[in-house]
Design a protein around this ligand. Structure first.
Ligand code: NAD
Length: 387
């Protein structure tokens, strides 16, 4: 399947897709942001991880994965994570140069251990196994345990969709728990993302989100920008709803809430059980603290061919899409879009105008460079120069 999505490895401008109605508006960076071209950001981040001891291949995988999250507008999962990744590397909480080990192999059911390796390289290797097995058997269940942060989970659904495969991913997050169970007031769960990818030309449909109403990174972004959070997204340490993002960074901290009330909470429980327990990884209650950023993921990967056939499925996708888009749009709303489309609209705008990097993130990356012995003036020295 030809791959046409905007890629972090390149800053070539792409042809707008005919199917998408949303127009790409030029967006200027705010005063407290610097527009950085995706390609030069990839190079800078790659350099940091090579200096920290990763191979250039692994450093490139990490850099491209993070910058792709920025390109797609998920800044919470982009390069702002670099200082935490490097700190974890320094503390041995993530290991460079790991490869997957097979811990169970039943043909179309495979158990893999990520050896605390970088999620960006381990995830890609695990999905290669899933794709190979699903292509041979029609479907594959892969349990991937003990991997450092897998980043934007949609990346793994896209890898499967590029091979023509549907995929479903349940992930649990083993870090400081951040999310209150529905009906409770303290933190018991991670932000446990859930993701589904459906192949489609020219771009797949990708459902990819945390089971909390918002990701913690988005709360950080709001705190740094002095913004308030949407109502119902946070509970203070006193157990009462609040829109103040700083409650998450106090001692004792507040809690994120599950999206969709009991529905998101129930899905998060399934992420714990399928993504955590069934993958062979750990679940929250047995996770040792203080803690690293470990992810466990259960992926169901299969071909549409064996059920309704690829072409019949593709026709249904187009009919459904047309049916949905025929709904009169709500005034002032975003218009009718399909899962995965908002990210590609943002990627086209950011490919053109650069990634708006908060100055605080830019400074933090320069500090990482200095700590690794890269001369400050030599690192991201002219970030606003669009290539
Ligand atoms: P979000 O709330 O922004 O939701 C994004 C999803 O909703 C996408 O699938 C998007 O295409 C879809 N969407 C958005 N607007 C839409 C519209 N108008 N119509 C149709 N679909 C629409 O996502 P989030 O919860 O903030 O998560 C952001 C990222 O964080 C994800 O990539 C997720 O995988 C990642 N994440 C990772 C971890 C981890 O530990 N690795 C943990 C939590 C989140």
């Amino acid at each position: 399947m030809q791959h046409r999505r905007a890629r972090a490895s390149s800053n070539r401008s792409r042809q707008p897709e005919r199917r998408e109605s949303a127009r790409v508006a030029p967006v200027s960076p705010r005063d407290d942001e610097i527009a950085v071209p995706a390609a030069s950001l990839v190079r800078s981040i790659e350099r940091l991880f090579v200096s920290a001891g990763c191979s250039s291949r692994e450093a490139g995988q990490i850099a491209r994965g993070l910058v792709q999250a920025n390109l797609y507008g998920h800044d919470s999962h982009g390069v702002q994570l670099v200082p935490a990744y490097l700190a974890n590397l320094g503390h041995g909480l993530v290991r460079a140069g790991q490869s997957i080990s097979v811990v169970a192999d039943h043909g179309s059911i495979v158990g893999l251990d990520g050896g605390k390796g970088f999620g960006q390289s381990i995830g890609e290797a695990a999905m290669r196994v899933a794709i190979e097995r699903a292509s041979a058997h029609g479907c594959c269940v892969v349990g991937l345990s003990n991997t450092h942060h897998l980043g934007r989970i949609g990346q793994w659904a896209e890898q499967c969709a590029d091979a023509g495969l549907v995929s479903v991913h349940f992930v649990n997050v083993l870090s400081t728990p951040l999310v209150a169970p529905w009906g409770g007031t303290d933190t018991r769960l991670g932000t446990n993302p859930f993701c589904v990818g459906v192949p489609r030309e020219p771009d797949p449909l990708i459902l990819d989100y945390a089971t909390s109403k918002v990701a913690l990174g988005k709360v950080k972004v709001a705190r740094d920008r002095g913004e308030r959070m949407a109502s119902g997204a946070l509970i203070g340490a006193d157990g009462r709803p609040t829109d103040d993002p700083s409650v998450m960074f106090r001692d004792p901290p507040g809690a994120l809430t599950p999206f969709g009330e009991h529905k998101g909470y129930a899905l998060s429980v399934m992420c714990e059980l399928l993504g955590g327990a069934l993958s062979g990884g750990k679940v929250q209650h047995e996770h040792p603290r203080p803690n690293p950023m470990i992810n466990n993921m259960l992926s169901l990967v299969f071909t549409p061919d064996k059920l309704v056939g690829r072409e019949a499925f593709a026709r249904q996708i187009e009919h459904l899409s047309a049916w949905l888009r025929a709904s009169p749009p709500r005034q002032g709303g975003p218009g009718i879009r399909l899962p995965g489309e908002p990210e590609r609209t943002t990627a086209r705008e950011r490919e053109r105008n650069g990634i708006p990097l908060p100055r605080s993130t830019h400074e933090a990356l320069k500090t990482c460079a200095r700590d690794l012995g890269i001369a400050g003036e030599d690192f991201m020295s002219n970030p606003s120069e669009l290539e």
